[in-house]
Structure formats: structure tokens, C-alpha cells
Design a protein around this ligand. Structure first.
Ligand code: GDP
Ligand code: GDP
Length: 437
């Protein structure tokens, strides 16, 4: 499991700048005024080969009792509850404030491992200005500059220290032939209904239901001889033989389940359309490189006009998941569920497809014979050979000269040819270009 780090502090201290620095994402908002409302942002970070999840929170005023500020405080409390460690961010330029004191008091009660990051301290690693922050009683202040990327590595090393050293060890081998599935989707899309339907179907043999552990719900089952493992799905709890939705939906759990899966089944609620949250989850799935199958659930509940509208909106809003097969299902009425299994198995097979160097090289050469890459400046990119660089997602590494000049359009053309040859469905395909020096 990836450790989770929450960034907490009053508005404008530099939390989202730090978030962007840690995740290298362009996703979070950075704005130069106080009190901007914003959602929590979640991103993947990496230090060496250690991965973690970062949560950026809005500005935090623990004692607020009304309006937007109260909502932001609630969001922050939830982020802290989900986190393994908290980075409390303060601003050396404005100095210690009463609000910082309030937040420190709250964090002490929250009883999470907390690190104090004194931001905007570019070029001030031993300035006397840092000393006053000792007063917060949050341990040694870590001077950082989120904007200039200073001190962040050593801060992260301290935060991640208990989660084990950086290592080059391979992860433990996976159970062979078991397809790991995460069912993702916001509350109420029908996740527990679908899972209960699956488990209730005769042809599904649940062969290893875990005991009564309240939270960990991974379920192994078999269909037509294929083993599946349904991994912990956010927002569900097992009660006896059935799963039920619980109120608290955890984005962190969703992200961890996605990271742990081979194939993500992304559920969309037909009666609600594609929401921002759906699009966010989908974007995250795309970044993760996992295989994806999209299912629009509650297809039974909408009429033909609404169906048409919905299809258009999906085409538009989830265009970046074009490679994912789209299924229309009803978990409640048990419609469309058989093809879904096949789609997940196909996506898995595509994600783990073995591609040999001779075949890839021939495909690349045929593609070039059919259509050459355009000249870039004086030279024309020359594609020489290709090999497979990874699986889940499959990565094709193409070697040659002057490959900097290969356009995105041409890359997509190559991707299309490789996809067609190997009949890849439901998985992203990454193409990497390596020019000989
Ligand atoms: P948040 O409200 O805590 O998320 O703060 P932001 O990340 O939006 O940053 C608030 C302001 O502080 C922005 O104008 C940032 O450019 C600026 N800022 C962030 N980090 C640094 C830093 O390390 N040094 C300096 N000088 N300014 C910073
Ligand atoms: P979860 O929060 O994602 O686990 O969602 P639930 O499985 O609890 O479903 C939320 C609501 O949607 C329940 O009232 C279900 O009965 C209903 N629902 C689930 N699947 C379907 C479906 O295929 N069609 C219709 N009409 N309703 C459904």
C-alpha cells in the first residue's frame, strides 16, 4: 500500500505549489489570493522508487463554524483522517500566526505523525527566522521552498522513513493467472449491487471469501475456469454474505485499489451522466496505466432519448479513454453482465500481451514503408527497431536516429498499427522513442 501524505495549513502558505512539486501534476489550482475554495486534490508522488499519495487540502481554519470555511475545515479533517502522515505547511515570510497555533493544536489532537514544513524559505536554510516555529511544538522545522524545489527531498525522506527504505527489490511474485479487478465509481453508481449480483450468480464460485475482517474486502472467485480477485473497493463493507455501500467514500482507497489492480472496471451511473468526479477517477486510471473497462450501469432506468444524450456526453468527456470498451449494463436486472467478464479478461490479456522484437521491428518497418515520418528540420527520423519495454501497460520502445522529430500524430499512427496487429483492447499502449547518440 502506498503511504498517504496530507498537506495542511492556512490559505496561501504554498500547499498547492508543494503538491505540484511532489506530484509533478498540472492539476491542482495555484492562485494568489486567500480563501479560495477548492476540493481536495489527490496525486501520485515518487521519491526514488518509493511511491506515495499526496492530498492537497484547501485553507484550514479549525474553529470555523460557518459557510465555505467550515466546509474547507471538514475537507481537511477528512484528508487528515485518511492520511498516514501530515505535512503542516507554514510561511516563513508572514511568520508564525495565531491561525498556525490553532492548526497545531488541532493536529496534536489528531494524533498523526506530523512534520512541520516552513515554506518560502529559499536561501534561508539556517535563518534565525526559522526559530520561532519551534514554538508550535511540532518538532524540528524543515525549511523548504516549494516554488524553487529546495529542501523537499529531505522533508520527504523524513516523512517516508517509517515506510521502509528505498530498495531495488522486486515486488513479491503475483499469483499466476488471477486477474485482479478494482471496481471504481462514486457512491451510488451501483458497485455493491453489481458485486452482490456477481457473487449471487450460480456460475460464480466464490472459493475464498475472507473472514469477518470488517474493512479488507478482497474476494476471490472463478468464472468459466478463469480466476478473478476483486480487490478492496472503496465505500463497501461486507455484511454476512452481501456487500453494502457505506456512507464514507474514500478516494484514497479507490486510488490504492486502482494501483493494486490489473483491470479497473469504471462504473458510471446512467441516471446521473458523467460527473466531474467520474472524469477525475477516469483521469487517474489513465495515469496509472491500468487496463480499463467502462460500464454504464442503470441502463434500464433511462429512455432512448436519454441514452443517446448520455452516449454523446461519454464520447466527449471520456474521450481520453477511447481505448476502453464501453458496456451498457444493469446490475439490478442482471443485464449485460456476461460480456463484461469477457471484456475484463480481454483487457487483461491485452495488458499482458507479449510482443517479440522481430515482430515489433517488422511492424515498425511496415508502418514506415506505408507512411514515412515527416522531415524535421534537415533530418528525417529513422526508426530502426523496436522491443517491448514493459507490461500493464504494454510499452513499446522504438530505437533509431533523430527520433525527437517524430510528431504526436505519427506516434498515434504507430500506436494504431501496433494495436491493430495485436488486437489490443482496454489497455493503454505507451510508445517510447530512443535516439542513438
Ligand atoms: P496554498 O493556498 O497554501 O495552496 O498556497 P499556493 O500554493 O496557492 O501559494 C500561495 C502563493 O505563495 C503563490 O503566489 C505561490 O506562488 C507562492 N509560493 C508558494 N511557494 C513558494 C515558495 O517556496 N517561495 C515563495 N517565495 N513563494 C511561494
Ligand atoms: P454503491 O454506493 O456504488 O455501492 O451503489 P449501490 O449498489 O448501493 O446502489 C445505489 C442505488 O442504485 C441502489 O438503490 C440500487 O438499488 C440502485 N441500482 C444499482 N444498480 C442499478 C441498476 O442497474 N438499475 C437501477 N435502476 N438501479 C440500480
Amino acid at each position: 500500500m502506498k503511504p498517504v501524505i496530507a498537506l495542511v495549513g492556512r490559505p496561501n502558505v504554498g500547499k498547492s505549489t508543494l503538491f505540484n512539486r511532489m506530484t509533478k501534476s498540472r492539476d491542482a489550482i495555484v492562485a494568489d489570493f486567500a480563501g479560495l475554495t477548492r476540493d481536495r486534490h489527490y496525486g501520485d508522488g515518487r521519491l526514488g522508487n518509493r511511491e506515495f499519495i499526496v492530498i492537497d487540502t484547501g485553507g484550514f481554519e479549525p474553529d470555523s463554524s460557518t459557510g465555505i470555511v467550515k466546509e474547507m475545515a471538514k475537507q481537511t479533517r477528512q484528508a487528515v483522517a485518511e492520511a498516514d502522515a501530515v505535512v503542516f505547511v507554514v510561511d516563513v515570510r508572514t511568520g508564525l500566526s495565531g491561525q498556525d497555533q490553532d492548526i497545531a493544536r488541532y493536529l496534536r489532537q489528531a494524533n498523526k505523525r506530523t512534520f512541520l514544513a516552513v515554506n518560502k524559505a529559499e536561501g534561508m536554510s539556517d535563518s534565525p527566522l526559522l526559530a520561532e516555529f519551534h514554538e508550535l511544538g511540532m518538532g524540528e522545522p524543515h525549511p523548504i521552498s516549494a516554488a524553487h524545489g529546495q529542501g523537499i527531498r529531505s522533508l520527504l525522506e523524513a516523512v517516508l522513513e517509517p515506510f521502509g527504505p528505498e530498495s531495488d527489490e522486486e515486488p513479491p511474485p503475483e499469483e499466476e493467472g488471477v486477474i485482479r479487478i478494482a471496481v471504481a465509481g462514486r457512491p451510488n453508481v451501483g458497485k455493491s449491487t453489481l458485486i452482490n449480483t456477481w457473487l449471487g450468480e450460480e456460475r460464480l464460485v466464490a472459493f475464498d471469501m475472507p473472514g469477518t475482517t470488517r474493512d479488507a474486502i478482497s474476494v476471490d472467485f472463478e468464472r468459466h475456469g478463469q480466476k478473478f480477485k476483486l480487490i478492496d473497493t472503496a465505500g463497501l463493507r461486507r455484511k454476512g454474505k452481501v456487500f453494502e455501500a457505506i456512507e464514507k467514500f474514500s478516494v484514497v482507497k479507490t486510488l490504492q485499489a486502482i494501483a493494486d489492480a490489473h483491470v479497473v472496471l469504471l462504473l458510471i451511473d446512467a441516471t446521473q451522466g458523467v460527473s466531474d468526479q467520474d472524469a477525475h477517477i477516469a483521469g487517474y486510471v489513465l495515469d496509472s496505466g491500468r487496463a480499463v473497462v467502462v460500464a454504464i450501469n442503470k441502463w434500464d432506468a433511462i429512455d432512448s432519448y436519454q441514452r443517446e444524450q448520455l452516449e454523446r456526453s461519454i464520447e466527449h468527456r471520456l474521450a481520453f479513454l477511447k481505448f476502453a470498451p464501453l458496456h451498457r449494463i444493469s446490475a439490478l436486472k442482471r443485464q449485460g453482465l456476461g460480456p463484461l467478464w469477457n471484456a475484463m479478461a480481454d483487457a487483461y490479456a491485452s495488458a499482458f500481451k507479449k510482443m517479440t522484437t522481430p515482430v515489433l521491428t517488422r511492424l515498425i518497418q511496415e508502418a514506415v514503408d506505408h507512411q514515412q515520418p515527416k522531415k524535421h528540420g534537415l533530418s528525417r527520423p529513422k526508426l530502426r527497431y523496436a522491443h517491448q519495454g514493459g507490461m500493464n501497460p504494454p510499452i513499446v520502445v522504438i530505437h533509431g536516429t533523430a527520433l525527437d522529430g517524430v510528431t504526436d500524430v505519427y506516434k498515434r499512427y504507430l500506436e494504431g498499427r501496433i494495436r491493430a496487429h495485436y488486437k489490443l483492447v482496454g489497455t493503454p499502449l505507451r510508445i517510447e522513442l530512443r535516439s542513438a547518440k
